[in-house]
Design a protein around this ligand. Structure first.
Ligand SMILES: NC(=O)c1ccc[n+]([C@@H]2O[C@H](COP(=O)([O-])OP(=O)(O)OC[C@H]3O[C@@H](n4cnc5c(N)ncnc54)[C@H](OP(=O)(O)O)[C@@H]3O)[C@@H](O)[C@H]2O)c1
Length: 281
């Protein structure tokens, strides 16, 4: 496994398993299979509704807790100082854990004041060691700038939509300068990268063929080479294994550049400036 050292010195496995849209019924078998294969990083969230199964799979895997990296995220409808603390307590109880490794604010509110208040609650979670690291998700540069004005503890990571159609180089550069790790979500663009007639596939497939790899592996290896943490989701055992195989694939700088050139600023998920499902103030 490859690891990235976060700004507070803890090691985070650079490849993890995403669990969005993995039902409580599917999550146990999927997470257990991934852990047995060698995954050591599981990405869940309060809104995914599968934390209990994720926790059971971690326990039943028999792998020491300290060897597994677990991320969860504060629900966007529960932003607030006390909410950040209380909702993590609920997550821990559901998962049967005493701490998570990373706790993220799932989506920013349009209210910077509410984000700042929520962040104070995240800081308490960190100080109480309920979370070994804290961070944000879907924060654009302007959200980050506002948060950092009042943060006592700087976020250690930002999980953002990032894939061949949305390379996020400016945001990554901003985060790198502040020693905040970038985590990619949605790497396969809800399947768009696999469309043979689409703008991404021919370039990705050509690179994959050179390395005797798959398009999915090329995308994961592209992120890893850029220093980005990758959390592809699958409930299919063969794909979970295939995605793990990306750890053995090292792309050249020219190949990374060729994939960067596929960027067209294409968002597949909600624009964080237009997220009506988030607590507004
Ligand atoms: N912070 C946020 O707001 C946010 C938002 C979205 C996602 N996320 C996180 O990021 C994770 C990944 O993003 P995502 O779930 O949107 O999508 P994704 O990882 O880009 O794609 C998942 C889709 O690709 C398929 N797939 C997986 N591996 C494949 C392979 N090797 N070959 C072909 N198809 C493959 C999966 O199918 P099967 O499952 O049927 O195999 C599934 O349909 C999420 O699960 C979640 O943990 C975070």
């Amino acid at each position: 496994m490859l690891y990235k050292k976060l700004s507070n010195g803890i090691n985070m496995p650079m490849l993890g398993l995403g669990t969005f849209k993995v039902t409580e019924g599917e999550a146990y078998d999927t997470v257990l299979a991934a852990l047995k294969m060698g995954y050591r990083h599981i990405d869940t969230a309060q809104v995914y509704g599968n934390e209990a199964s994720v926790g059971r799979a971690i326990k039943d895997s028999g792998i020491p807790r300290e060897d597994i990296f677990v991320t969860t995220k504060l629900s966007p409808v529960n932003l607030g100082y006390e909410e950040a603390i209380n909702e993590l307590q609920v997550s821990l109880e559901k998962m049967g854990l005493t701490y998570v490794d990373l706790y993220l604010i799932h989506w920013p509110s349009p209210s910077n004041t509410l984000n700042q208040l929520t962040w104070r609650g995240m800081e308490v979670c960190y100080e109480k060691r309920m979370a070994r690291a804290i961070g944000v998700s879907n924060f654009k540069i302007h959200h980050m700038d506002a948060l950092l004005k009042t943060a006592r503890i700087q976020p250690m990571a930002n999980q953002i939509e990032l894939h061949p159609g949305l390379y996020q180089l400016p945001t990554q550069q901003y985060l790198n300068e502040k020693n905040i790790a970038t985590i990619s979500y949605g790497p396969f663009m809800k399947g768009e990268v696999f469309l043979e007639t689409g703008p991404y596939y021919p370039v990705l497939k050509e690179i994959a063929d050179i390395h005797n790899a798959t398009v999915a592996q090329v995308i994961i290896a592209w992120g890893l080479k850029r220093g980005i943490l990758m959390i592809p989701k699958s409930v299919t055992v063969s794909r979970i294994q295939e995605n793990l195989g990306a750890l053995d694939l090292v792309l050249s700088d020219d190949e990374v550049k060729a994939i960067n050139q596929l960027n067209r600023g294409r968002r597949i998920y909600t624009d964080p400036d237009n997220n009506s499902f988030v607590k507004q103030h």
